[in-house]
Design a protein around this ligand. Sequence first.
Ligand code: KG4
Ligand code: ZN
Length: 348
Amino acid sequence: MKVLGIETSCDETGVAVYDSRAGLLGHQVYSQIALHADYGGVVPELASRDHVRKLTPMVGQLLDELALTGADIDGVAYTAGPGLAGALLVGAAFGRSLAWGWGVPAIGVHHMEGHLLAPMLEPDQPAFPFVALLVSGGHTQLVQVAGVGDYELLGESLDDAAGEAFDKTAKLLNLGYPGGPALSALARDGDPDRFRFPRPMTDRPGLDFSFSGLKTFALTTLQQESEGLSGDDLQRLHADIARAFEDAVVDTLAIKCQRAVRQADSRALVMAGGVSANRTLRARVDQLMAELGGRAYYPRAELCTDNGAMIAYAGWQRLQAGQHEGPGFAIRPRWPMQELVAERPPNA
Ligand code: KG4
Ligand code: ZN
């Protein structure tokens, strides 16, 4: 079974074809970063319009590259939420229409379920059950995963998501948007011993997170230390702050992962979402799981950030379980993942 996947929940247009026998046949991602750069964040209306421009040529090009036509596609999966309403509507309307035209079933996919299942696109797949850390620009969640659609939320961020905290702190350091990767690169030059930022909510039991205080801590440190500095000295201060910030986020995530894995008595930790591309975090969870006698699983970096491949894969899982949409389509800009069920009856 070949499934076309379409991702348009935010500022990346992603398209992919997943084959249940051969695996991921191909995928393409177009990032709108340059389009939104001047505004310091994603402008929803511009995002929607750009998805409209990109989807048709991208799907055409992908099918050409794979030497496929619509007649080879057995199902269409699109991101139905959570995300920006206009952006979701573009992908959902496009995906539903293609499926209608090709006479194949369509399925609306939960974006975070896509992230969560993305490690399954790799040859070395984790086996159920496992604990998953989902760390993206909009979500930070620890989830106990018993199977596809069987999710128990163990903890989540009470304020900023980890990626959001990276982006806001990067902005303070003039690193542009989204600044997560740039902040991480700068942190490599930073002195790990100069500043120590707090590890929020690790001094009490529980698996929730709070990252908004770290950004404030970075701002206060910057204001206190930057007076009279310029050139290399200021650059060094920025790098040291980036390092202290990244160490604090990675440490906090690792402490909570350790708790969750112990609590669930699990041997496998899956990590997914944009922030899981972070090299320091990857090294840290690898080390943590080795110490606990288990293993960490995460997809290759290009499948950590938003992409169509994860939507094609999650869509295939749903379609092969007999789920599909009715003749219409619906989007859910807000959609708690716990509302997903393993066997959802087809929407009428
Ligand atoms: O999953 P994603 O592509 O989109 C959402 O669903 O939100 O995640 C994007 C987030 C952004 O906040 C970005 O700064 C962050 O992931 N990110 C990183 C890295 N790569 C992406 N944060 C830290 N280190 C990275 N290497
Ligand atoms: Zn995402």
